[in-house]
Design a protein around this ligand. Sequence first.
Ligand code: HEC
Length: 727
Amino acid sequence: MTRNRIAAVAGILSLALAACGAPREPAEPADIPAPEVEAQFADVDTARILAAADTPQEWLTYGGNYDETRHSPLQKVNVETVERLGVAWTYDLRTARGVESTPIVVEGVMYVTSAWSVVYALEAATGEELWVHEPDVDKSVGVNACCDVVNRGVAVYDGKVYVGVIDGRLQALDAETGELIWSTVTVDQSKPYTITGAPRVVDGKVLIGNGGAELGVRGYLSAYDAATGKLVWRFYTVPNPEKQPDNAASDAVFAELANDTWGDEGAWVEDGGGGTVWDSIVYDHVGDQIIFGVGNGSPWNRTFRDPAGGDNLFLSSIVAVDAETGEYKWHFQTTPGDNWDYTATQTIILADLPLGENGETRRVAMQAPKNGFFYVIDAATGEFISGEPFVPITWATGLDENGRPVEVPTARYGTTPILQLPGALGAHNWHPMAFNPELNLAYIPAQEIPQAYAEDSRFFDDPANWNTGSDFAAGAAPDLPPGTFEAIRASLKGRLIAWDPIAQEPRWTVEHENAWNGGVLSTAGGLVFQGKLGGEFVAYDAATGEKLWAHDVKSGAASGPATFEVDGEQYVTITTGWGSAYALVAGMAYPDGVPPSVGKVVTFKLGGNEIIADAGLPMIERTPKGEDFGTTEMVAAGTVHFARHCAVCHGQLAVSSGVLPDLRWSPIAADAASWDQVVRGGALASNGMVSFAEELSEEESEAIRAYVLRQAHNATASQEAPTSDQP
Ligand code: HEC
């Protein structure tokens, strides 16, 4: 490998002089070995990422290339050989929280992240640790993370590794040593902003967005100077409450277009309106523009957010801006006046599709956002080309000729709950989609997770961290009718869909056992790789969906896999540890206990025969530790408070997936004083369980305890939970 040092070109000038017969300087020998100069480590630049297809042995940027197709030209691992794929090495990320990282591989070094924004540099062929960077996060910020304290990966450029830290910092590390070069705070840290997405780097600018729209922030995308960490431009996605210029790249388009789509009052004025850019950011080199996906409204419910009822630009939109200046070029809004947390932050893939009559290609952007429609839009103008639902949806009947959804009348819910598809977890979430340009197929990690939406009548009286205006207690009750959990489980579906974006229809579909599976990798070996929640890592035939190979990775695996080559050997990597929003809220989806979440990097090669060590997770005795207590009114009040304040982390209906403690089995729930110390006293704040003293009175907190214990006793009585020891 040449990545450590290279010799500089030596002595050419003196040799040339000698050949011309110039007088020799006897004191100096002709060949002076030039001093060894330090080759720039990880010398990645825009040209190199643009030419990623020519260096398929590397995985240079989050989506594999600037078009973010996640399609690798490598083909040593292919439909014939894949049966010999086995584990080459594993690396323990030492976390049980969610892992969503796609590794970057440059010159034989892998850069990967895990929960709490920790960065690891590993020898890509062996998994040997080179360095680890802990960003030193105050873990109480975990309360701001809507969907676990995850991180989706780094960017590597000009000898540096860039990571967005969960508390809103953007950091540049020395790629060789992991030492911190610069660190910039990109958000107002007094607000509940987080960063979970991977930065991208284009022409010396690091692009980074943020999250927090569940809790109330104003979204934007920023470009920082890659060398210095200084802000170059910022594009806000929502106007400021005064609708005045921010002295930002977005000023002109707000004045022209976006300000008028917002009313002058409503909760957005306080809450920032949302529209966070928390995942997809794509560089379109043809238009020299950045195309990015914008998130949901804050609060979700437009009736509260903006009673004027406008489209609320640029919520739930795909937006294109000039790469150099950040100035607006075009937008396409997938969900006007978002009301349901239908983000348009999902994977954006650029491709040249043969859409013309004579097979002429058109450069398009494709997205399968949460709202359930697969969109093909013109990459140069944002013009809508086509869109069809890729899963069953109930909120709209279709799209009009401009791509605007035709909503069903009940979709904008009132106080009576409506069960709707998709729910807030979306028909597709952050799990990366891939695109095979030879087959012209997009591979969508799709899901059906319905949600009961209802207007939250307590919106103004009972501020919660998650004050979305949509009632999280809808459908919850202290004593649920028998069969409720079975019915919920039956409604949850996950699948891998090979979608033909030209015909706008599925070519093939694989049904999974669970909703919420992993991201996808496509390869020229004719394969599609996907991790599954139950712990299987699978290779399918890209053309037919036939399952060709699978390996038990002993943990839920949700991230996007990557492939690379070192010394002629092709490797395939997936990071495991499922975490994230679904892991936290959807424990009730798993009757037999949940798949373990074990943070690991697992790398495969042909003929690999390493064993993945068992997780050795602690056993939790699934029995109530305290008495069932409390009046009917008290438990009913506890139901509502739990749904509003606790369910997003400890699981809906008080059933946790195990990533965070299942409060039903907690010994702390047995004792009022210990409970109060944790819930209102903040005794575990340094581990991410902050005090709820501002939101909850002692009486309300005690009502939650009564509700939790009621659920514990109900579960054992109905044998919903096994009473034996289970991991
Ligand atoms: C943002 C996520 C989050 C929210 C919201 C949250 N918790 Fe927690 N909670 C945690 C984490 C993380 C831990 C584990 C802390 C640790 O490992 O010490 C925890 C632990 C606990 C524990 C200790 C359990 C045990 O057996 O160790 C109790 C009790 C608890 N939470 C109660 C609540 C209640 C009640 C609510 C709602 C009012 C709530 N939590 C809301 C994140 C959250």
